[in-house]
Design a protein around this ligand. Structure first.
Ligand code: ZN
Ligand code: ZN
Ligand code: ZN
Length: 118
C-alpha cells in the first residue's frame, strides 16, 4: 500500500483510480484532452480513512453497468469510507451489487455492513 499518503488523520490521498493518475478522462467521452472528472485533472483524490475497496466496481472506479462512467457507489474513487470492523453486508452477501445489477443501497456498494457514523 505504498501509494497511500497520509495527509490528515481522517483522510488519505490516493492516485486517482478512475484515470489511473493520468488526470485525463480515460474514456475520452468529451475529447481526448478532457480532464478526468473524478479528480478534476489533479491525478489524486482524497478518501476517508479507514476505507474499504468498493465491491461494486471491484476497486476499479468504473461502473460495471455501461462501463464508461464513474462508479456510482464510490464516485470513481474505488474506495468507500468504512470502519475497520465492518462486517460483510448481508443484503448483497458482500458483492456490493443488488439483484438488478445496481449497487447495493444497504452498504452503498462497499460489500460491508457499514454502521452509520453517529
Ligand atoms: Zn482522475
Ligand atoms: Zn465503486
Ligand atoms: Zn450490500
Amino acid at each position: 500500500m505504498g501509494w497511500f499518503r497520509e495527509k490528515k488523520a481522517k483522510e488519505v490521498e490516493i492516485t486517482c483510480t478512475f484515470c489511473n493518475g493520468t488526470g485525463r478522462d480515460p474514456f475520452t467521452i468529451m475529447s481526448p484532452l478532457a480532464t478526468c472528472y473524478v479528480c478534476n485533472g489533479k491525478k489524486k483524490v482524497r478518501v476517508a480513512s479507514p476505507n474499504v475497496r468498493c465491491s461494486y466496481c471491484r476497486g476499479m472506479g468504473v461502473t460495471p453497468v455501461g462501463a464508461r462512467n464513474a462508479c456510482l457507489a464510490c464516485h470513481g474513487i474505488g474506495f468507500i469510507p468504512a470502519r475497520e470492523t465492518a462486517e460483510t453486508c448481508l443484503t448483497c452477501d458482500g458483492t456490493g451489487e443488488d439483484k438488478i445489477g445496481l449497487y447495493c443501497l444497504q452498504c452503498h456498494g462497499s460489500g460491508k455492513a457499514v454502521p452509520l457514523a453517529v
